[in-house]
Write a protein that binds this ligand. Structure first.
Ligand SMILES: C[S@@+](CC[C@H](N)C(=O)[O-])C[C@H]1O[C@@H](n2cnc3c(N)ncnc32)[C@H](O)[C@@H]1O
Length: 206
């Protein structure tokens, strides 16, 4: 059993049942900009809290994660809430993002080794349909000083500059490194250094 499977095998929800706060704000903003509710992809989705929030808004959501235990809990929560969710147990090193398919791709606390992260991000750029949005929140290297959650491995943390390089081809709506209070379940608890991104695929010829 992987470390993530062990974490998700504990009772309750490791990061809570409520969606990530930044995702809620970002999605409300992009829907306000006229974003259609089409196919959405949630990377490293764990126990499904963000995917189910999007499903409740009318997105057709695919949630991918390497933890079968996490995604089983996501499916149970979907059933409990009467929502539809497509789950895929896969390592992101193997998962193929369908090109041009997604109206929304979400990456919340998806901390991968740098080279894998770069290739996943370039697949995400290709995976958005015209006008589709990419939303990310992750911990920065400065988070190591806070000890309020996230990986303790510098190689899994990311900066805005790195993300700007990896997400070339998208139009930036929001890109910041900030400190904010994060309170999610038992593992995220307090002042944190995070990077946030909202970026959109160009609409193309009308
Ligand atoms: C901090 S949790 C975040 C879960 C979810 N995004 C949330 O906000 O509740 C990180 C997740 O990344 C997943 N993960 C880590 N490496 C992965 C990989 N290479 N492929 C797929 N999932 C991965 C873990 O299984 C875990 O569910």
């Amino acid at each position: 059993m992987s470390l993530w499977d062990q974490r998700y095998a504990e009772p309750g929800f490791a990061y809570g049942r409520e969606p990530n706060e930044f995702l809620v704000h970002a999605v409300s903003h992009i829907i306000g900009l006229g974003q259609r509710r089409g196919a959405a992809l949630c990377l490293a989705e764990g126990e499904g809290r963000n995917a189910l929030f999007l499903a409740s808004l009318g997105f057709e959501v695919t949630a991918v994660d390497s933890s079968s235990v996490g995604l089983a809990k996501a499916n149970s929560l979907a059933k409990e809430r009467g929502l539809s969710l497509h789950t895929v147990v896969a390592d992101l090193a193997e998962f193929v993002v369908a090109p041009g398919h997604f109206a929304l791709i979400v990456s919340i606390w998806c901390h991968l080794p740098g080279s894998l992260r770069a290739s996943v991000h370039s697949a995400c750029v290709r995976g958005l349909c015209p006008g589709g949005a990419f939303v990310l929140e992750a911990y920065t290297p400065a988070q190591l000083a806070f000890q309020t959650g996230g990986p303790r491995d510098l190689g899994l943390l990311m900066s805005l500059d790195e993300l700007r390089g990896e997400l070339q081809g998208l139009e930036w709506v929001h890109g910041v490194e900030i400190e904010r209070e994060v309170h999610e379940g038992v593992f995220h608890h307090g002042k944190s250094s995070v990077v946030q991104v909202v970026a959109r695929a160009p609409c193309g010829a009308q």
